[in-house]
Design a protein around this ligand. Sequence first.
Ligand code: ATP
Length: 837
Amino acid sequence: MEFEYLFIHQDHHHLGQRSLHAIKEEEEAWQQEDTFHDSGTSGHEPDSLEVIQAVVSGGETVEGRPVPPSSPGGDNGGSGGGSTERPGDTAILLHLERCNHRQTRRNLHDLKDKYETLKVQLSQRAIKIDDITHHVRTVGSDLESFHIEQENILNSLESLNSIASSDRLVDELKLREMDNAQLRTRILQLEKDRLDKVPFDAAKEITRLNNNLEAWQSGERDWNGEKYGWSGDGGRKECGEGRIQLEKARDELTVQNFALKSNLSEVTSKIHDPAATYQINRDSLNPRDTEKLKNGDHEKLKNGDHDKIKNSDDPDVVKIPRKATYKVPNETVKLRMLSTEFNNKEEEYRRRISDLEIEVKNLQNEGSRQQAQAVRQLEERLERSTQLVEAGKKCLAAKEEECNMLKLDLETLNQENKRLKETLNDLILRQKEVEEVVVQKGVLEERLSRLQEETRVLAEDFNRERVLRKKYYNLVEEMKGKIRVFCRIRPVSESEGKKGGQVVVSAEDQFTLTHNTQRGVKSFLFDRVFQPYEDQDAVFEDTNALIQSAVDGFNVTIMAYGQTGSGKTYTMLGSEAQPGIAPRAFRRLFHLIDKGRARCDVQVSAYMMELYNDKLIDLLKPVGRVENERLDIKRDKKGSVHVQGATVRTVLSAEELSRAFQDGLTNRHTASTNMNVESSRSHLLIVICLTATSKQTGSVMKGKLTLVDLAGSERVSKSGASAEQLREANSINKSLSALGDVISALSSESSFVPYRNSKLTMLLHDSLGGNAKTLVFVNVSPTAYNSEETLVSLMYASRIKQITNNISKNADNKEISRLKAIISKLKKGEDIDEASP
Ligand SMILES: Nc1ncnc2c1ncn2[C@@H]1O[C@H](COP(=O)(O)OP(=O)(O)OP(=O)(O)O)[C@@H](O)[C@H]1O
């Protein structure tokens, strides 16, 4: 409603502008028209003078007061004989002029009244404009309060936004919605109040005025918008009345002027038509007058009549002017003076009328201008108010939209809340279940801990039993003199992994190995099977008992057998980070020696030999010693093997022994490099001799620890070897074959064992089948790529395992029989061969 009013007001403003403009144009037209009338009048002025002159010359007498009409050319008392004046025409003229003058004065008076009325109306209008301005100010203040309330709403909405994410969102939002509704109601009330306070009448007034102005311009209605003839209140209406009255007065003046003009033209035409005048005069003259004329009474004729008469063919008429012009000058002067006075007054009145009209117009213009300015200001204020209200509405709309969004969010949150509640209920149920499960779990854990404790006790018992079993087994085996065989499976190497790395060898338990061959799965029983993951510690744990045997005076031999790359060197020597059996044995040996030093003194000496292509190489040979010095393998009386000519280094500690061992390895590497061969293509023997002297009895006990890293067994075809490599392979295979023959003979308990077929077997004479405790590691690869070599090694090891060394008994018997034989030979005086068995 408010905006309708504003739009109407704006339209009416334009309409009002147009109307005011039209009024201006019309007023200008009036001015032009007045000017035209004035100029027309002044244009007729000479004619009037001429008319007056003509009247005067016609003998009309004017004495400054109305002269009653007399008969044409009448006698007015004989003030000069022979006069031809026309008192009737002059009187008419004067009367008309006086009427005109009176009318003009009345008009002037009316105009003054109207001017006063207009002034009053303008002051009233100014008061009204002030009222409107006051109303507009009130509206402005209301709008300001409205904006403050809007600000409050915005703040409320902001606080709504801020608390939207809190847990109390729902309640808070509801409260805010109620507040919002109240505020909206308040806004509506305020708008209503504001509309009530808005000078609605002013807008209506402006509209009505504009409409009326249009209607007035079109001539349908008066200034008040009423049809002509209606009179009501209000400044505009009165203004309209003033205009109308002015217009009427102007019209009346125009009519009078026109009447005057027509009279004048009639008089003029009469004067200018002498013949007609003369005829008329003649007709009007009585016979006496005619007689006078004939008698020469020409004084009473007008000058024009004289002229006309002079121009006439009538000889009587020609004589009239001379007599008529005799009395004219006095009358003429008087008439001219009157005429001049009248003209001056007329001019003065016209000027005053014009000034008043200009003043009225100025006042109207000023009023219109002020009105237009007030309207403009009102419109500007209303425009601003409209913009403010628009902005407020936009803001409100935005907030409502935001509120809707918040409602949607709230709805979503409610749904989410509902879903979460369901989930929470579900979780509560599950939590109860979990609590029950936890209780059960506690019970089960208690039971489990009990069972674990039982298991731990059982495991300890089992381990104890296992150790005992192993101990007793080893004892039995040892007592039996059996060669013990350990099998070690190495991890899949990188190269094997690249080739597929299919594993075909595995351990079922600590003693059983299965090999998935092309001919089926084969199982092998060994004294111990080491899995790929078992480290050097585990291997040595099952080995160190033999070190004690060496200290106790036994020949202990530990050797590694297997194909190339199966892990023999790794097992026997190891690396710096993962030391093998040899370095561990050195430390263990001296540890035991140190432990038994109170009872006996133990002397330790060592030598290292390499057997390459059936040739012995002394690895501990001092620098500068002659090469190719003869190294002979000898057996002493007790059957113990030693290498004659070999460098034996006496060592006092594990460190010295390790240093000697390292020197030997260095020499082996140098020798291999000099011969351009790989160290792995030779057999390595480390022999540690122990001589223990009992401090109590002085008895001497000799033990020997032999560590052997055999060269790799390999098929020649697979190695794709050169001639030299073939020779190497042949030598290796020959020595290993000899070893196999010895093993075969020993396992079959043959009466003849071919130890002398190879230097290797000669060196191992006291380790295989003799007075020795022998441990053989069979190293195998787990993958299918080496399956055949693995099978050969496993079968080879199985045969070794069948060998029995009846060490102590055999040794005792042999020794006794040997000693007996010596004694008998000595008794017979025969030579004794120390080397013979
Ligand atoms: N049990 C194992 N654990 C980890 N690596 C091993 C194991 N056994 C062997 N290897 C690794 O396999 C490779 C070959 O081992 P090694 O040299 O000991 O074999 P080899 O039988 O002595 O060979 P060759 O007959 O040529 O002397 C080495 O790199 C070694 O470190």
